[in-house]
Design a protein around this ligand. Structure first.
Ligand SMILES: [Zn+2]
Length: 88
């Protein structure tokens, strides 16, 4: 038991240093990344995407829709459907 806790505190030290060096906003940004699931727009598909911005995510979804579903996603209804399915 005593040996275990010594090993643990050895691991804790470098981890804590890393966290202090990393600027806090990065952690917040990752949490707020918009994401999309293809199944949310009723597709029988397991595609999931996350991006730093909604625009970037939209681009990825468009690309996926074209490649995987042969959909152009150009109609306002399609765009709105995708937009509603994006969680931020
Ligand atoms: Zn899909």
């Amino acid at each position: 038991m005593a040996l275990k806790s010594v090993t643990r505190s050895d691991f804790h030290f470098p981890v804590r240093v890393c966290i202090e060096i990393l600027p806090a906003p990065i952690v917040v940004e990752v949490k707020n990344m918009p994401s999309f699931k293809c199944s949310d727009i009723g597709m029988n598909c397991r595609f999931e995407a996350t991006a730093k911005t909604k625009e970037e995510l939209m681009d990825r979804i468009m690309e996926h829709a074209k490649n995987a579903h042969d959909m152009d996603m150009t109609s306002p209804e399609d765009v709105m459907k995708v937009d509603n399915a994006i969680t931020e």
